[in-house]
Design a protein around this ligand. Structure first.
Ligand code: HEC
Ligand code: HEC
Length: 378
């Protein structure tokens, strides 16, 4: 396994929040126009709600720059029936539970959506950063599928399978890898997060299955255009990955080098693949590039303590290997934000990652610090 050997930032690497290097002038303009839509604050008059979670993409994805992390925690709920049936409960309002209502809906006594009665579990979801996502979007399916492993194949307890969407594409976005393409995720975020209807979902989401009262929704549907979705997607597609952290102190450099070796030695890198390559693209900035995502984009069984909902082909205990690029910009860890430190997140790995976790816990304190120092650089 080869690792990115240098955590230094080359002079050409864009700063956090900037677009990819190598963009054409037209692509740069698309990035800027998309950033405006990403930051656009919706009001009830121009489409917000009646049910919603927040009033702009950037209200959640905001730290330390637009497109980054957020402290918002969402509630999702679905119905799992063993062994393999997963119902996203669209007839009861869908898997994303909207926690806010506009004043017109509140006037009818409805303050938020409820957990659907058919749900077998609910989940908490912290808001992840979107840096480098265009590169992740441009990784060919075959490259992702090459990481599929059968149980017991290598004797390390690690398996992992792709999560496929209903139309057979390989999922990669969302904590359960339920969504195949960046455009699809973004298109769904407008109705699900902001109650903004689009030409792709032109009808308001129901309140747990009951249509919203027409007099609570003043804006005509669809409330945005396909071009708006494309613009937001250009922003997320061209948003550069976070630059590696340069360590200036000699002791730290030494520690991080040791930590990088331990990351491989402890099999962290089997799931958190240090890098993948994009395929051919019409955009030079995305064409055959390397992205240091630190994920195999597989879903893995992480044990019963972390388990929550199913989604598409991911079972309650299965999660996509979280990308670690930009880890140092996060303030809370694991899918629900329940781990307050990186170390706690590692110590709560279980299931397929149990061996890896046990070996981390058995490390000498100095080696633990080395691994954590390495993780601060990516
Ligand atoms: C209320 C807060 C909130 C708002 C508003 C919001 N998001 Fe998100 N976003 C989240 C959360 C929480 C997740 C994690 C969902 C999951 O893992 O299932 C997420 C995930 C994502 C992902 C996938 C991340 C990954 O790790 O694969 C993308 C892409 C994304 N959001 C784009 C957008 C866009 C574009 C908008 C505006 C149209 C938007 N979001 C609005 C909270 C929000
Ligand atoms: C079997 C695959 C697997 C192995 C092995 C593994 N991880 Fe993970 N890791 C995951 C998955 C899946 C998640 C997401 C879990 C969640 O959100 O609940 C994750 C999450 C994390 C997170 C939290 C990221 C965040 O922002 O929430 C960190 C940090 C991390 N892993 C580091 C490590 C380290 C260090 C090792 C080696 C000691 C390791 N992992 C081994 C699959 C793995």
């Amino acid at each position: 396994m080869s690792l990115l050997l240098c955590a230094c930032k080359s002079p050409k690497q864009p700063n956090l929040g900037e677009p990819l290097a190598d963009l054409s002038r037209a692509e740069r303009a698309q990035f800027e126009a998309g950033k405006k839509v990403f930051q656009r604050v919706f009001t009830p008059q121009d489409g917000l709600g009646p049910l919603f979670n927040a009033n702009s993409c950037a209200q959640c994805h905001e730290d330390p720059v637009v497109g980054g992390v957020g402290d918002e925690i969402e509630i999702h709920a679905t119905r799992f029936v063993a062994p393999n049936s997963c119902d996203p409960l669209f007839d009861q309002g869908g898997p994303v539970i909207q926690q806010n209502a506009t004043p017109l809906l509140q006037a009818k006594g409805i303050m938020k959506e409820q957990i659907p009665p058919g749900a077998t579990a609910q989940a908490r979801r912290s808001t992840p950063p979107l840096f480098g996502f265009g590169l992740v979007d441009a990784i060919p399916e075959a490259a992702i599928l090459s990481h599929e492993r059968r149980h017991g194949a290598k004797g390390d307890g690690i398996a992992g399978h792709a999560s496929r969407t209903i139309d057979g594409r390989v999922g990669r976005f969302g904590r359960k890898a339920a969504v195949a393409a960046l455009l699809d995720f973004n298109a769904g975020a407008f109705p699900q997060e902001m109650g903004v209807t689009t030409p792709l979902s032109p009808v308001e989401e129901t309140i747990n299955g009951t249509p919203v009262p027409p007099d609570t929704d003043p804006a005509p549907d669809p409330e945005i255009t396909v071009e708006d979705i494309e613009k937001v997607t250009a922003f997320t597609r061209f948003l550069a990955p976070p630059p590696g952290q340069i360590l200036t102190n000699h002791t730290d450099q030494h520690l991080a080098r040791r930590g990088r070796k331990l990351f491989v030695h402890l099999n962290c890198a089997v799931c958190h693949r240090p890098k993948m390559n994009t395929g051919p693209s019409t955009s030079k900035a995305l064409h055959r590039k390397t992205v240091a995502l630190y994920s195999d984009l597989m879903v893995h069984d992480m044990g019963s303590a972390l388990a929550d909902i199913c989604l598409e082909q991911a079972h309650p205990s299965e999660f996509r290997t979280e990308m670690l690029m930009g880890l140092r910009f996060r303030g809370q860890f694991l899918h629900d934000g329940s781990a307050k430190t990186v170390q706690e997140a590692i110590e709560r790995h279980d299931g397929e990652a149990r061996n890896s976790r046990d070996r981390f816990k058995a490390l000498k304190e100095k080696d633990k610090q080395a691994l954590l120092k390495f993780l601060e650089t990516i």
